[in-house]
Design a protein around this ligand. Structure first.
Ligand SMILES: [Zn+2]
Length: 379
């Protein structure tokens, strides 16, 4: 056996740790750029104690927005970039910190649609403080950016882009509305299941995923119904963190392979897309494995997932998929058509999904017909 597991992020976790952000930021320099979501309200008291340039990210980040953010950070002479927000704010801050020191056009560095130019210079120090529990972006080495021109999302990726510090304070998530809790939480669950069955999984990834799936399965419903359930929020913040570490080391799979072109062309929250696709992506993988690769270790992984989420020792992979389908129904996860996606769009989506970087880590290659069946079922 041979494997690698890398992270260079210092992780600070716990209720109340948000209060340490100003002091932590100053250890990297006097002048900070603070990147927030659409509303900087939750971050206001923290920002007021920093000598900060603020930059709001109204939606999921684009190449254009990152270009503007990097220009602002340079003009203001910022020493450090701090993101306080969900995955969009964290990915935007991560990309701004990298482009500020590497210059050029963000698109040149993008995978798949860009030139994939390497990030050569050390980015500005970057601190991530998540206010949702889902993306795990506080510990990943990539930033997902939309390109309006190409109608897809693609990653800016480099080991140098790992945040220097992930400051994870579950209290920051107490105010999230139920729908956001559901979508981001189901993204976390997807990001624990896909690395576990990935072709690149390893024993450290397994440990994080199996533990994280249990936490999410026990806590997500509670966090959805009672936003200030301290224990449930803590469990979801941990599940999200574990998912981020797992995906950064083992990649994702078919669900994220689809989330990339869908999120690039239609205005839908990433977590909502993942949630809509998750049961069908799992079902297609299980069916394809049973048909073409009986005895593949991923089949036992799907059964393990089922035993954890249902709490039943005799649960089958199908029972696990059914449990997730029921959870999505309870949370009113919208079907893909709600975002304006139509049946006529699907062949083009399949073509782009087949090329997405996440698809490469799927436990086995799926045929175009199998991919079409996944997205059709989620429509
Ligand atoms: Zn995701």
């Amino acid at each position: 056996m041979r494997f690698e597991f890398a992270t260079a992020t210092r992780i600070v976790f716990g209720e109340g740790t948000a209060a340490t952000l100003p002091e932590l930021t100053r250890t990297f320099g006097a002048r900070a750029m603070v990147v927030t979501g659409a509303s900087a309200e939750r971050a206001a008291s923290i920002i007021s104690t920093l000598q900060a340039e603020t930059f709001a990210v109204p939606g999921e980040p684009t190449v254009e927005l990152v270009r503007e953010g990097a220009r602002r950070a340079l003009n203001a002479g910022c020493d450090v970039v701090v993101s306080i927000g969900g995955g969009s704010a964290i990915d935007a801050g991560k990309a701004i910190a990298a482009i500020a020191t590497n210059g050029g056009e963000p698109l040149e560095f993008l995978e798949v649609v860009g030139k994939g130019r390497a990030i050569a210079n050390m980015p500005l120090p970057f601190i991530a403080m998540p206010t949702t529990a889902g993306t795990g972006s506080e510990v990943t080495r990539n930033a997902v950016l939309g390109s309006t021109e190409h109608g897809v999302k693609a990653s800016l990726r480099s080991p140098l882009m790992l945040p220097r510090v992930a400051l994870v304070d579950p209290e920051m998530t107490y105010g999230l509305p139920p729908a956001v809790t559901a979508f981001t939480g189901l993204d976390a669950l997807t990001q624990l299941i896909e690395p576990l069955v990935s072709a690149r999984a390893n024993p450290m990834v397994d440990a994080l995923c199996l533990d994280g799936i249990g936490r999410a399965a026990r806590a997500l419903r509670r966090a959805y119904h009672d936003g200030v359930d301290r224990e449930a929020r803590r469990e979801m913040s941990l599940a999200s963190l574990f998912g981020g570490l797992a995906l950064a080391n083992a990649g994702l799979g078919v669900v994220h392979g689809f989330a990339s072109p869908l999120g690039g062309s239609w205005k839908a929250p990433h977590g909502a897309l993942c949630a809509a696709l998750l049961p069908y992506g799992m079902a297609a993988n299980v069916a394809a494995l049973q048909a073409r690769a009986a005895g593949h270790p991923a089949l036992e992984r799907y059964a393990q997932v089922a035993r954890i989420v249902t709490g039943r020792r005799e649960a089958s992979a199908e029972d696990g998929i059914e449990w997730i389908r029921a959870l999505c129904a309870e949370f009113n996860v919208p079907r893909l058509r709600v975002w304006g996606i139509t049946e006529a769009d699907l062949p083009g989506v399949v073509e782009k999904a087949a090329r997405a970087s996440s698809m490469q880590a799927n436990p086995l290659p799926l045929t175009n017909d199998e991919l079409l069946s996944v997205v059709k079922a989620a429509l």
